[in-house]
Ligand binder design. Structure first.
Ligand code: SF4
Length: 328
């Protein structure tokens, strides 16, 4: 598409998505798609999922669930192709070429890697795990991505991608752009316990949760521990329910703040008001989901179409790469 900047963004298929995924990535994806200035590709990073879990028994089901969440959030597959990394062999081919252009010492310095090894309590690191930013560089550059929408924790990976693109171009001639990171506006939404929102921590509101489930979950949300009952003054700035109001109920933010600080607003009411707004926000998601769920064969077709479109671009890039490297 002429004059449109190319964006490649993806997620690992780890099951149903939650509001944290919306705030940290999907919201931005949909805005970029609907803004019209970009050509977006959306990758189901199923090979990446293997870097932390080699059990593949759920990957297919998880991939379909994730695509359903993307579509329900407003990704239009006609405009933005969605596809599985494992179905486009050029990802692994370019990964191999790029892996010769970076040292293991550089990868070991990657701050995100150190954090993840600590947080996920991974055992000894696999060769594939150390190199996953290189696979990510291949994912982006295979489509000659110029912009990468990311959260702050992914900035170091975009830097590795830029370094690899520069090194390739210097060694073999100009093939790749140097993609720029595009930070999301509201990158983090905490879970109901105040920790990072995660399905495995059981603190997440899923994009597919029905209204009564959202209400039930919100009742359990932690609040300011100093505000025990209605009448006690609270501190909205340390309360995650207030964070949800800021995100999903901005027009009432000032009123909620005043009510909390004066004590006139009780936490139960405050939570239910947040739940109501989240339910209103999720309603269009539910409508779109219902439509896709009623035609399961359509999901397969969406993936097949997306993969065909992605393959055409990927194969052209590999042909450019081979030509530049004087291979074949
Ligand atoms: S009133 Fe609302 S913002 Fe204030 S502490 Fe309770 S839940 Fe949090």
């Amino acid at each position: 598409m002429p004059n449109k900047k190319i964006i490649l963004s993806g997620m690992r298929p780890t099951g149903k998505l939650h509001l944290g995924h919306w705030a940290g990535a999907l919201e931005n994806w949909v805005a970029l798609q609907n803004g019209g200035g970009y050509s977006n590709y959306h990758l189901i990073a199923d090979y990446h999922a293997l870097t932390t879990n080699i059990d593949t028994s759920d990957i297919h089901a998880f991939s379909l669930e994730m695509v359903l969440d993307w579509l329900s959030a407003g990704i239009d597959p006609e405009v933005s192709p969605v596809f599985r990394q494992s179905q486009i062999k050029e990802h692994t081919e370019l990964h191999l070429v790029f892996s010769m252009l970076i040292t293991t010492a550089r990868l070991e310095r990657n701050p995100t890697l150190k954090e993840q090894v600590r947080d996920l309590e991974l055992g000894p690191m696999s060769y594939g795990y150390l190199g996953y930013p290189v696979l990510q560089a291949a994912d982006i550059l295979l489509y000659k991505g110029e912009v990468v929408p990311v959260g702050e924790d992914q900035l170091s990976h975009v830097e590795i991608t830029r370094e690899i693109a520069r090194d390739f171009n210097r060694q073999y001639g100009q093939v790749f752009p140097e993609p720029a990171a595009k930070l999301t506006k509201f990158a983090r939404l905490p879970g109901l316990d105040g920790k990072k929102m995660s399905k495995s921590l059981n603190n997440a509101i899923l994009l597919s949760d029905p209204p009564d489930e959202v209400n039930k979950k919100m009742k359990k949300a932690v609040t300011d521990p100093q505000k025990i009952r209605k009448g006690d003054p609270g501190r909205p700035d340390i309360c995650l329910v207030f964070t949800y109001h800021k995100k999903f109920n901005p027009s009432e933010e000032d009123e909620i703040r005043k009510g909390c600080e004066s004590g006139s607003l009780g936490c139960v009411d405050c939570k239910m008001r947040a739940a109501e707004k989240i339910n209103i926000f999720l309603e269009p998601f539910r409508e779109r989901r219902k439509k896709y769920e009623s035609e399961p064969e359509k999901l397969d077709k969406i993936l097949r179409d997306g993969e065909e479109r992605a393959r055409a671009v990927a194969s052209q890039t590999m042909s450019d790469v081979h030509k530049a490297m004087k291979l074949g």
